[in-house]
Design a binder for this molecule. Sequence first.
Ligand code: 9WN
Length: 415
Amino acid sequence: MTTHRISSALDDQARAILQGNDRGGYTIPTDGLYPYQWNWDSAFAAWGFSTFDLDRAWTELETLFSAQWDDGMVPHIIFHKQDPGYFPGPEVWGTNKTPATSGISQPPVAATMARLILQADPEAGRERIAALWPKIVAWHRWWRDYRCGTGVVAITHPWESGRDNCPDWDIGMAGVDGSNVGEYTRRDTGHVDPSMRPGKAEYDRYIAMVQFGRACGWDQREIVANGPFLMEDPGITFILTRANDDLAAMGRDLGHDVSEIEGWAADLRAAAPRLWNPETRGFDARDLKTGRFADRIASAAFLAYLAGVETPELAARMDGIWDAVRYGFPSADPAADSFEPRRYWRGPSWPVVNALLAIGLKDRGLDAAAERLRRETAELIEAHGFFEYFDPIDGTPCGGDAFTWTAAIWLTWAG
Ligand code: 9WN
């Protein structure tokens, strides 16, 4: 009884958060800290909306794809309306697009979310997905053409991974010169506790990478060949593999020839063993400037389940890391010196990543693990509300409050 009452009150709150963060056709991640449309946040928001407003769910994805570049890229931020509360804003990115956007992308979860929404809306949704489908294909082709040179996905900026300051990127960040970026004022540290955010040395380098992209007119080939940062990302590799499967399945139902997309998924799966680091016994990021593995293991390594990529050691490795904390899966390895339980992607548990991990676990028949992840994530939200991320050891809520994707995954999965 009590649980049911708590749940339905939280359902109401979660819906109110989505509606409150709705800026008309798109949803901001949270008021103040993130005042624009973010790519993967929006895809999760759409999934959340699909639990009570299917039309609004599709609109979210349509607005996201309305900012797609001619080359197929879907940018990581769309600056629909200027807002001084976020840095770096459109004038720093200087992409000269309409609407204004950033110059990098973000994890391509849209196809996977679209398929989940379509399952809830098979009839009216058919027309909506028919129009979106070729746009998603073009985006996936962009990843394939520009970022899969070694067979797996490479990123040109840590922000692209969605896991900004994860220890995965330390090795590549060390090679980026952030000493000449000039003066700038961060805004994030005015909204939330700075000890839960990336540090200044990291921000200097983030900005140096943006300045490089801007200076070459956001020329992808130039950024990949000569930019300051290029690392293989297990997270996007696994997310894109799964997203290609979902895109192919939807295309098949629409009567399209999907052999090209099936080929992309097969190629990514065939290349995935390249990310296996025998030293850390896990899927690992690799710095393509030096060829060296990061020698880290993060939550993204276990998105292998989502992609249907498995190795005999995966389950034991996952349990070992998970058992070291109490609430959900930690974004970084608790046994590593770099672990910081409240600093963003260096340790905290992220409900949204927990949801993706659980989808993968469930698909592989690991129902008990999927249910454990759901329960631990639900406990965090029930105790503290819809925060951006949480300390995985004591559950302390961190970052922004009234967060869109936390509300979305409550409605769809955790609640
Ligand atoms: C930079 C919006 C985004 C998420 C990312 C998260 C964070 C931005 C920032 O917020 O990144 O893109 O300014 O810190 O790391 O995953 O999409 O919620």
